[in-house]
Design a protein around this ligand. Structure first.
Ligand code: F0G
Length: 455
């Protein structure tokens, strides 16, 4: 097999500013060792998120120029709507400025005190928008999805037995069933078409709307094509349509699998619910043919959706992560297996066993990667989840480091550089120290808290 090359050439570039280790030591200190506090031009390779950080194509930039900024009835909206409906056959398509705005509108209508909402794993903003209404959010992913070393091909699947028991237990308090494809908070792991259909059958048999969080729908479809029996010869577009044709609605962040820097949507089939959502949209986002976006953003999304289902792109996209996982595994770095769709996750607790979880091994590894190589990543562990509502602190179930890959942005030599930095960290791992938190805000502390290195 030959190298799977980046299926694009580069026409416009952004320089990366080189920094020295000594500079990075000072920059880290000034940011209180919180990588969110860095200026991004002090970062060599930025793997903080894959959200809104990808490269647009020449065709998308052309579409931006075509954008029509009419307040109502813009042709850009109709191109946006048609591009979505080509993949996701929903009746009502409601633009929003990003994914969490779609969630906020949906749960302002379906949530509320006493309600219970299941998913495989809710993303943080989804959970936040559910809990913000007084409802409760529950994660029912299969057991393999919580085991970093399990090689199950669809670790994002919902545990359907648990879902049935959950619906029996919670009865009328459940307003809908959700499913996140791919399962971001669970390592970017996919959900099979069989599982999507099974969850849909269970929800619809009880008259409950089935809503997909479709942020990474194209990556998920590629996994279905390459791993699910009987799917190998099917077009990605047909697989995507199959996934969404059994759903009653979706929330979407166009910052992921629509190749856009901003945008999202809420789609629904139910006329009455859509009417209420549009009223809410006018109150919070804007008129229903722009929803908080510029016309040019709508056109960039429409074009991005045509590009994201390209098989050469998806093959390269998933292969790039597999390549990193294979190389890191060969170095003895404990990577979450198999590779996810949008990110490579490291089991930091296992990599740094001498650091107590309450001294944040994920943060220690993230800081070491920046210091050694100028690479910015994100802790997903005790810093993010350890603080309890009663003020106590307990270790999260896992201490992971997420290396999220922006789309079409970095090349294989950037990956090779990252692997070389890891090789140095493997040699130096015993000298990596944990942290304590010096200051934190009352909630969502990981964005702004201050750390101090332990001696
Ligand atoms: N759902 C999932 C599965 C997500 O990954 C995200 C965002 C959202 C919803 C919210 O979308 O950012 O457009 O409001 N994930 C980003 C990340 C922030 O880094 O994983 P948004």
């Amino acid at each position: 097999m030959r190298t799977i090359i980046e299926p694009f050439r580069i026409k416009s570039v952004e320089p990366i500013r080189m920094t020295t280790r000594a500079e990075r030591e000072e920059l880290l200190k000034a940011a209180h060792y919180n990588l969110f506090g860095l200026h991004s031009d002090d970062v060599l390779i930025d793997l903080l998120t894959d959200s809104g950080t990808g490269a647009m194509s020449a065709a998308q930039w052309s579409a931006v120029m075509r954008g029509d900024e009419s307040y109502a009835g813009s042709p850009s909206y109709y191109r946006f709507e048609a591009a979505i409906r080509d993949l996701m056959p929903f009746t009502h398509i409601i633009p929003t400025h990003q994914g969490r705005a779609a969630e906020a509108i949906l749960f302002s209508l379906l949530g509320g005190a006493g309600k219970n909402i299941p998913s495989n794993t809710h993303f943080d903003t989804t959970r936040g928008n559910i809990e913000g209404t007084g409802a409760r959010a529950h994660d029912l992913v299969i057991a393999e999805g919580r085991d970093p070393s399990s090689l199950h091909p669809f670790k994002g699947n919902m545990d359907t037995d648990r879902l049935i028991a959950y619906l029996d237990q919670h009865g009328d308090s459940v307003p809908c069933v959700m499913l996140t494809i791919t399962n971001n908070a669970g390592g970017g792991q996919p959900v099979s078409l069989e599982n999507i259909r099974a969850v849909s059958d269970i929800a619809r048999a009880r008259g409950l709307p089935f809503i997909i969080d479709g942020c990474r729908f194209a990556e998920n479809a590629w996994f279905i094509k390459s791993r699910e029996p009987g799917q190998a010869d099917r077009a990605i577009r047909d697989i995507v349509r199959d996934c969404f044709s059994v759903a009653d609605g979706m929330t979407m962040s166009a910052k992921k699998d629509a190749f856009a820097n901003i945008g999202g949507w809420l789609a629904l089939n139910d006329d009455a619910l859509a009417e209420r959502a549009r009223t809410r949209l006018i109150q919070t986002e804007g008129f229903p043919t722009y929803g908080g976006l510029a016309g040019r953003d709508l056109d960039a999304i429409a074009q991005g959706l045509a590009e994201i289902i390209d098989e050469d792109y998806l093959r390269y996209r998933i292969r790039a992560n597999e390549y990193m996982v294979e190389r890191l595994d060969a170095l003895g770095v404990p990577v979450v297996q198999p590779a996810g769709g949008h990110a490579v996750f490291i089991d930091a607790r296992k990599f740094l066993p001498h650091i107590d979880p309450l001294h944040y091994p994920g943060q220690a590894l993230a800081t070491a990667l920046y210091l050694e190589g100028g690479i910015r990543t994100c802790e997903i562990g005790t810093v993010m989840f350890g603080r309890q509502p009663d003020g106590s602190e307990i270790p999260a179930s896992m201490d992971l480091l997420r290396m999220a890959m922006p789309r079409r942005t970095y090349t294989q030599s950037h990956c090779d550089y990252l692997i070389e930095v890891f090789a140095d960290l493997v040699r130096a791992r015993d000298s990596i120290r944990g942290f304590r938190i010096d200051w934190e805000p009352p909630m969502m502390r990981h964005f702004t808290c201050h750390f101090a290195p332990l001696a």
